[in-house]
Ligand binder design. Structure first.
Ligand code: E4P
Length: 302
């Protein structure tokens, strides 16, 4: 599995790359905004992006800033041509760029198709459903980015949990627990009602409400979303690679690795989270304490 760094912060990219475990970088306009603000809004953006490309040993995703087919194609071609000499730019195109669910619904897909026809690598971004991923792959996307963490947020929102109050951004979303809860709630509803046929149970409004509340059209978590896309792509041998995105904690990294996802993109803090374990720290303290003089002698140069 490849690991990309999900940041536009050059210092983070430099230090993660120096560890030798980073294969690429993903950015988005919000991450760029953060990096610009950190520098007091004074940045030569072309130089900055060039530096990111030169430091990164693999693909660097850069997102377009428009929502229409013509503009997105134009922007994609412009930045691809401008930056390809410095590294491996990949152009991020929203799988659906509609701002209102009515207009520009197909512009993202058409842009992906056109760029892939021109040989420009595309990362289809803001993928929130397996169906979107399937369409992006058929349109020729090089990568799709399912946003696992944002789906977890959405599912927590649906049950009334508030980020910052009931859970923090980095908290693991325990979807196995939620599935058990779903069954318990359904059992309780069924035992309190006199539903005599399968049809009655199926059509019961309360049962329907709870069986759909804890999933998003059959997707139970961000990791579940990634799993579904992996299954679909393997079924049909799609070449499109899956980047598990919007990853918030180390446990999600493990779970998408278990599924066999091609790539995971992670914020810098997760690298540390992946490495630190209480028992490792305890163990190293013990080993350092237990070093005897006799053993120390072997490390001396004669
Ligand atoms: C990656 O391609 C995405 O831009 C990123 O993972 C989004 O993460 P977030 O949901 O934590 O903002």
């Amino acid at each position: 599995m490849k690991i990309f760094l999900d940041t536009a912060e050059i210092d983070e990219i430099r230090s993660a790359v120096s560890l030798g475990v980073i294969d690429g970088v993903t950015t988005n306009p919000s991450l760029i905004k953060h990096a610009v603000e950190k520098r007091g809004n004074v940045v030569d953006m072309e130089d900055y992006i060039r530096e990111i490309l030169e430091v990164t040993p693999g693909p660097v995703s850069l997102e377009v800033i428009s929502i229409t087919y013509e503009k997105m194609v134009e922007e994609a071609v412009t930045i691809y041509e401008k930056f390809k000499k410095y590294g491996q730019p990949v152009i991020k195109i929203p799988v659906c760029s509609s701002l209102d669910g009515v207009n520009n619904i197909y512009d993202g897909l058409r842009t992906i198709r056109e760029l892939s026809r021109r040989g420009i690598p595309v990362n289809a971004t803001l993928v929130m459903s397996p169906e979107q991923a399937l369409l992006a792959a058929k349109a020729g996307a090089t990568y799709v980015s399912p946003f696992a963490g944002r789906i977890d947020d959405y599912l927590r929102d649906r049950v009334g949990m508030k980020r910052g109050k009931d859970y923090q951004k980095q908290d693991y979303y325990n979807f196995n627990l939620m599935k058990k809860l779903e069954n318990m709630i359904t059992d309780k509803i069924l035992s309190s009602k006199d539903l005599s046929s399968v049809k009655e149970v199926y059509l019961d409004e309360e049962v329907g409400k709870y069986t759909s509340l804890l999933n998003d059209n059959g997707v139970y978590s961000g990791v579940d979303l990634v799993k579904s896309i992996v299954t679909i792509f393997r079924n049909y041998n799609f070449k499109t690679q899956i980047i598990a995105s919007s990853i918030r904690n180390a446990r999600q990294v493990r779970e998408v690795a278990e599924i066999g996802v091609d790539i995971v993109t992670i914020p810098f803090y997760i690298l540390k989270e992946m490495l630190i374990h209480y028992k490792t720290i305890e163990g190293i303290n013990d080993f350092i304490k237990d070093v005897v003089e006799q053993y120390r002698t072997i490390f001396k140069r004669k």
